[in-house]
Ligand binder design. Sequence first.
Ligand code: NAD
Length: 401
Amino acid sequence: MDKIKMVTPLVEMDGDEMTRILWQIIKEELLLPFIDLKTEYYDLGLEHRNETDDQVTTDSAEATKKYGVAVKCATITPNAARMTEYHLKEMWKSPNGTIRSILDGTVFRAPIVVKGIEPCVKNWEEPITIARHAYGDIYKNVEMKIPGAGKAELVFTAADGTVTREVIHEFKGEGILQGVHNTDASIESFAKACFNYALDTKQDLWFGAKDTISKKYDHNFKDIFQEIYEKEYKEKFEAAGIEYFYSLIDDIVARVMKAKGGFIWACKNYDGDVMSDMVSSAFGSLAMMTSVLVSPTGVYEYEAAHGTVQRHYYKHLKGEETSTNSVATIFAWTGALRKRGELDGTQELVSFADKLERATLSTIEEGKMTKDLALITTLKGVTVLNSEDFIKAVRKTYETI
Ligand code: NAD
């Protein structure tokens, strides 16, 4: 059988620990036998990031800008323990943070829905994709503990020296104070990424904020979304048969709980942080969440939403068997290959991605799965497979469907 040919390479970002092991097996078992795989390879494993003074992360993001589609393995974000473990020269920044800021991207996270892993919310039949604005608000805050009585003010000094001030509170005793900001440029990028992704995936877009209470700050989010929608997207949305819908965040939360799924929920930074964990755990498992970073110019980086599964890696190093779930990493590859196929007009690549996803889901639906899913499945009499055997079982299904 002839292997599927690729026109443009994918940017391949290798990673760390257990997911690095899975990465290799996925390539050997599920990709290389069927595709003449063209990738531009960047090793984002922590050792290599340290050797290159993290230059490799920047290079991989620049390559993503050039080619348009990347697939990324989970990577370690160093902390104090990792400094010693890997003899690091510096506490390198999170690769995801670096890549996100170079691409100015928005992260869309969606659960992989499969029969046998039922969401806690019984009416959720289709995935709910969360788009989190990843700039500003409390994540770039300035805080103070107020020691006693006094006046707190908001002061803005314009470039021309004009000063605007507003009293925040006259403290009579101890208290707390916080300053937060956002920029129109960042909100605009976020809005555009959301509108583009909604069109791309043909899903409605919901956005919620608290504009009734926050009449300038949150209202600004609402206004920017609305203006951009009217100006640039309304007609495209109507043609695609999808909707943009704004409401108060509390109303949105209530509607989400009653909805069937199948839409994108755009969230301000804090809401996205909290709600994405709620949605992923209610859908069953962190190991079944995909994640894609989309830039406002239409550059895509696909990955699994989970980390490097450190605990399993240490077991693996001791020669013990692991049963690590590779589904989200497989879907990172299929997402990237499908997008590459769509951009290059290579239908075989798109069909390959569809079929590999079907094979992965069928394998689980037939009762073959890793331990994390076996613990939560509603299917009876399932077979728990180790990390490698699950991927081999997917290959077998792929070859028979
Ligand atoms: P983790 O996602 O690796 O694990 C969290 C928990 O979920 C663990 O109990 C783990 O056993 C379980 N889990 C996650 N994925 C699983 C899978 N595929 N199969 C089975 N069980 C799974 O997060 P962590 O333990 O907090 O972090 C480990 C490392 O990953 C850290 O160094 C962190 O910096 C990194 N990390 C990277 C990314 C990324 O690259 N996108 C995201 C999160 C964490």
